[in-house]
Design a protein around this ligand. Structure first.
Ligand code: SAM
Length: 289
């Protein structure tokens, strides 16, 4: 048997399926978890690869440690989506974090990933700092009265239930929930194939965030080249220097991808990505300035 990813009608990856472990149409999306000889266990939602046992560390470490090590003292964290638990596992490694709120729309994803991807969450769903909310992230931020130092939008692509997480209304409410040095990080697709999504995000961020950056990380099973992680703050920011990042990284155990060098290097954008930001109205080379 094979799983053919359906994200791009004209092209896509396919996986050999040695065993289908779980398949179900939840209230929100089609969920399948299967085994593959090269990537271990694979989860797909609505036909799109979400995470695999073998390469999940790349994405989860860079989505978490870049914002949490850029912020001088991250204590209150909001995770939108992230039902597989990988983002949560990495956030829990930060000893200074005091409160974590996670808002995931589909309880089935949490339950099935606890069962079939135990190493993703690695017990972090039991962390006393966590409040897990099963809800639409856009509805949550609309009514939330709290304040967060970092918000991580670990969502599916802007089709189906996650579409609202790429709208101006969601970004505006996130901006209102961030502390002054707060940071929003977003899963923003593979710019070589989903470039308009990145341009759209930067256009919608205009007027909401003083800092609008993007950084790149190559995740093997997010096909089409490096993926973009949006990075925004209500404050004008500069990235910490290498020495500071090394000092802040010392607290973290069990890293497999993140390094301070990779952190700073990820913000160096190739021209075709810079052009997507310019298309959104940003001046050239504003990334990181
Ligand atoms: N790493 C993956 C990627 O880059 O595409 C995302 C992984 S995670 C499984 C995506 C999660 O977003 C899913 O669990 C999905 O249920 C959740 N999600 C989608 N729309 C949502 C919404 N409106 N509110 C909260 N969670 C949502």
């Amino acid at each position: 048997m094979r799983f053919q990813e359906s994200l791009y009608p004209a092209w896509g990856q396919n996986f050999g399926q040695t065993r289908v472990l779980f398949e179900h149409q939840t209230d929100h999306q089609h969920l399948v978890i299967f085994e593959n000889d090269l990537f271990g266990r694979v989860m797909a939602l609505d036909g799109v690869t979400q995470t695999t046992s073998r390469d999940e560390f790349v994405y989860h470490e860079m989505m978490v440690h870049v914002p949490l090590l850029t912020h001088p003292n991250p204590q209150r964290i909001l995770i939108i989506g992230g039902g597989d638990g990988g983002i949560l596992r990495e956030v829990c490694k930060h000893k200074g974090v005091t409160h974590i709120t996670q808002v995931e729309i589909d309880a089935s994803v949490v339950e099935m990933c606890k069962t079939y991807f135990p190493n993703h969450s690695a017990g972090s769903f039991d962390d006393p700092r966590l409040t897990l909310v099963i809800d639409d992230g856009a509805a949550f931020v609309r009514q939330c009265k709290g304040q967060f130092d970092v918000i991580i939008a670990d969502s599916t692509d802007p089709i189906g239930p996650a579409e609202v997480l790429f709208e101006t209304d969601f970004y505006r409410h996130c901006a209102g929930l961030l502390s002054s040095a707060g940071i929003l990080v977003t899963q923003n697709g593979v710019p070589f194939l989903q470039g308009q999504e990145l341009t759209n995000t930067f256009q919608r961020w205009k007027g909401l965030f003083a800092t609008r950056w993007c950084y790149l990380t190559t995740v093997p099973t997010y096909v089409g080249g490096p993926m973009a992680m949006g990075f925004a703050s209500p404050s004008a920011m500069t990235l910490p220097d290498l020495k500071t990042l090394h000092a802040r990284t010392e607290q973290l155990q069990g890293l497999k991808y993140y390094t301070p060098e990779a952190h700073l290097g990820a913000f160096g954008l190739p021209l075709y990505v810079q052009k997507l930001l310019v298309d959104s109205g940003m001046s050239p080379n504003r990334n990181r300035s």
